[in-house]
Design a protein around this ligand. Structure first.
Ligand code: AMP
Length: 609
């Protein structure tokens, strides 16, 4: 059975008529028809969604403050409701977190907070959500397989090996749970008690996904994936970095995994009784499989390991757009060039839409925002400055009126009570499916460094450098210039910070190495909670590295930029570099490299609580 990477000839999405699984196809046909309807009637659906949201939340304090007075039409909404950022909403969100149950943002009770990987003052943003949003998210998930079935037939004949994880949760002072959106979803009845569906059979037992211990969860998901290796038709994780972590895990733990497979029992390092019980039916003594795992993993050649171990894999199901782009070459290497399907675009605030051509090349991915998910508006980006032309509400463009080729910042209004909220994502319109615009994810605003879900901005990096460089002062040294690079050459990736130092005696190596090691750790302590959680709880980011470059390196960097056309007057030191010749230039001037000697502090509780 071939994988079709091209669009079916017709623009409209239709379930294939010839395949046998009639029941499945009826369901698929309904879902595809739903997509067609939603995307054909974008503006009318948006108008209805806005009216529904405003009617539902008419009695809220927030909309009353805006002076909406119960109006549910677009004109009143446009005239009265301001465009806001998280910081604008923080006082209201804090009240809800502290236990105020009155209808502040949403008329429906806030069921929990979703903790975004975007941070504010170093802490994850808290996004209020309501029960019914779970159904809306579920609806978007239900559209993914019908679309995939158009391109890859026969996925009901095997299983998906997905590395899925929950993260820790906390309780706000007012007693609401706060956790990431996927943790909330995996722990929901919708996920735990999902009815059997041949298109959604996974190799990972649900208790393994729900185990909060990252090692035990990964170990068991990998073991079960190995035991069912011939059944696996797709291999995935949410983001590319997660799948690469799984491969790294196999590289580190294959000997133990092979021993367990040979013995048919789990290592005592896996202590969670629920997973031990769940694995009992899957892990049986299998000497042949154990020697296969040993043979494949001891070769020292990891190229194509995914297809060697899981030979029936048709595609990788991972997001490789946005910050994850940096992992495409590595994933191509490990998978021997399998297609990578980026199926959906979503956030804690709202699930936005899906990729209607999931088998297209990663560089071609566009997401179609589904107009029933929320109310969407767009702030045009000024092409010259790369920033929004104006944050003024008067400049907002409706979903149905964005222009092909232009870039916009996404602004959302949700059923859960966010009104004209700036998400911070910059999107480019690449075309239309029916009347629905399709968007390429361009970038997240203000993100300088990212290894996985961490998002470090320029101000955070500056603060971290300042805090760490204070440790140099007693040694008569200071940082004259710095820049950074997200290094993903090895897994897990890590932050590399290039420092040019000024020392009292002028020498580049006048500072003792252990002082610079401590500077690395001090920088990590200064970074946001998502970074520190990835370092400590998930092990998905490696120790931060400072590379000291010799004096004059940053002047060379400027010369290089000017030789490539930068203006001397306007030149600014880039605070993050990724262009290979520049990284090479910096690396060739390194006099010493230092790594963080310990883990920074991190605890699930929020610092401000
Ligand atoms: P969070 O709220 O932590 O789930 O993060 C949501 C953010 O992740 C979005 O606002 C985007 O910046 C990013 N994101 C989500 N899905 C995608 C995708 N398919 N491609 C690129 N970036 C994405």
């Amino acid at each position: 059975m071939a994988v079709m990477t091209d669009m079916p000839a017709v623009t409209a999405l239709r379930a294939p008529a010839s395949t046998a699984a009639a029941a499945g196809n009826h369901k698929d046909a309904d879902k595809l028809r739903f997509i067609e309807e939603m995307t054909s009637d974008v503006d009318a659906v948006q108008e209805r969604v806005l009216a529904e949201i405003l009617a539902q939340n008419a009695e809220t304090e927030y909309l009353a403050r805006c002076g909406l007075d119960g109006a549910t039409d677009r004109d009143s909404f446009r005239a009265k409701v301001p465009v806001v950022t998280y910081e604008d909403l923080q006082p209201d969100i804090q009240r809800i977190a502290n236990g105020d149950r009155s209808a502040i943002l949403s008329a429906h009770p806030i069921s929990e907070f979703l903790t975004s990987s975007g941070t504010s003052a170093g802490e994850r943003k808290l996004m209020p959500t309501i029960k019914e949003e779970l159904n809306r998210r579920q609806l978007l998930y239900s559209l993914l397989m019908p679309v995939m079935n158009l391109y890859v037939p026969g996925l009901d004949k095997g299983k998906g090996l997905y590395f899925l994880f929950v993260k820790s949760e906390t309780t706000t002072p007012g007693g609401l749970t706060a956790r990431p959106v996927l943790t909330s979803y995996y722990k929901s009845d919708q996920f735990k008690n999902r009815p059997y569906d041949p298109y959604h059979v996974y190799t990972s037992p649900t208790p393994a996904i729900l185990c909060a211990d990252a090692f035990q969860s990964m170990y068991v998901q990998m073991a079960c994936g190995l035991c069912q290796r011939h059944d696996v038709l797709r291999v995935g994780a949410v983001f590319a970095s997660g799948l690469l972590r799984a491969i790294r895990f196999l590289q580190l733990h294959w000997e133990q995994l092979a021993a367990d497979i040979e013995a048919g029992s789990l290592t005592p390092r896996v202590t969670d009784p629920a997973i031990r019980a769940a694995v009992a039916g899957i892990l049986r003594p299998d000497a042949e499989l154990a020697s296969f795992v040993r043979a494949e993993c001891s070769r020292g050649d990891w190229g194509g390991i995914i297809t060697r171990v899981w030979p029936n894999t048709r595609y990788l199901d991972v997001i490789v757009t946005g910050a994850m782009q940096q992992y495409i070459p590595t994933l191509e290497y490990y998978s021997g060039g399998l297609p990578m399907a980026c199926t959906m675009y979503a956030s804690s605030e709202c699930y936005f839409g899906l990729n209607l051509r999931p088998m297209c090349h990663p560089s071609e991915v566009s997401y179609t925002i589904m107009p029933n998910m929320g109310y969407f508006e767009f702030l045009p980006i000024d092409e010259a400055s790369g920033d929004v032309a104006s944050g003024d509400a008067a400049h907002l463009v409706d979903l149905a009126r964005v222009e092909a080729g232009r870039e916009y910042e996404l602004v959302i209004t949700t059923y859960a009570g966010l009104n004209r909220y700036r998400v911070g994502d910059i999107l480019r319109v690449t075309g239309f499916h029916n009347a629905a615009p399709q968007f390429r994810f361009v970038r997240r605003k203000n993100v300088l460094l990212s290894i996985e879900s961490d998002k470090t901005d320029e101000a955070e990096l500056q603060r971290a450098v300042e805090r760490a460089s204070a440790l140099l002062r007693p040694h008569g040294a200071s940082v004259v210039e710095y820049t950074s690079h997200a290094s993903t050459k090895s897994i897990p990736g890590h932050y590399v910070i290039y420092w040019e130092l000024l020392t009292k005696c002028g020498g580049d190596s006048a500072i003792a190495g252990n002082v610079l090691d401590r500077c690395c750790l001090e920088m990590e302590e200064a970074l946001n909670t998502v970074y520190r959680q990835s370092r400590v709880a998930d092990g998905s980011i490696g120790p931060l590295e400072i590379r000291v470059v010799r004096g004059g390196t940053f002047e060379e960097l400027m010369d290089y930029a000017i030789s490539r056309g930068a203006s001397i007057n306007q030149y600014k030191v880039p605070r993050c570099v990724s262009f290979p010749p520049i990284v090479e230039l910096l690396d060739s001037r390194v006099v010493s490299a230092h790594f963080s000697p310990a883990l920074p502090h991190w605890a699930p509780a929020r610092r401000s609580d």
